[in-house]
Design a protein around this ligand. Structure first.
Ligand code: ZN
Length: 181
């Protein structure tokens, strides 16, 4: 994971729970990096998992829910830093369909060798889009949170059916996204 992800996690914890909570979290998990992250550098995935797991205990929120909330928060932060990614897309579905072939290509120019998940999409009809996620990290809850953040950005309501999941033995996750009026 790139340091920027950790920077945004730190920002969220401080905003929601205070600086003392972030210090406590770092103290509890004892990381090699000591919690000092440079945006463009890579850090072990284990650190983000350890931080999220401990934060979920501290805040009494299930880990999956916390990671999803983090994904949603991260989306808004990324839009602030890189508004061009959403400015070029006018709808929620257009944005989601551009993630793999446009946005991730741009991210690779900004960051040295980021490890990004694979996303495929299939538009079923005007109101339904299937997104297929695969990554050896199985961070599908983070992807769900980022999708939630995108929906907030585009001000749409939707339902997400996480119908196939890597955590249940599949080699990918399928999200069926249905727009709601
Ligand atoms: Zn999944």
């Amino acid at each position: 994971m790139k340091g920027i992800v950790f920077n945004i996690l730190e920002q969220m914890v401080i905003e929601k729970a205070g600086l003392v909570a972030w210090d406590q979290l770092l103290n509890d998990v004892q990381l090699d990096s000591q919690g000092i992250y440079t945006a463009g550098k890579s850090y072990p995935d284990d650190e983000v998992v350890a931080l999220a797991t401990r934060a979920s205990e501290m805040l009494d929120i299930p880990t999956g829910d916390l990671i999803k909330a983090f994904g949603c928060y991260m989306f808004a932060q990324l839009v602030e830093r890189y508004p061009i990614f959403t400015d070029q897309k006018t709808t929620f579905f257009d944005f989601l369909k551009s993630v793999h072939d446009v946005i991730h290509v741009e991210v690779r120019k900004l960051y040295d060798e980021p490890s990004l998940p694979d996303f495929k999409h299939k538009q079923i009809n005007d109101t339904q889009l299937l997104m297929r996620y695969s990554s050896p990290r199985k961070f599908c809850m983070l992807a769900e949170g980022l999708i939630a953040g995108a929906a907030e950005h585009y001000q749409v309501k939707y339902k997400l059916d996480h119908r196939t999941c890597m955590h249940q033995g599949a080699d990918h996750c399928d999200f069926l996204i249905t727009l709601e009026p």
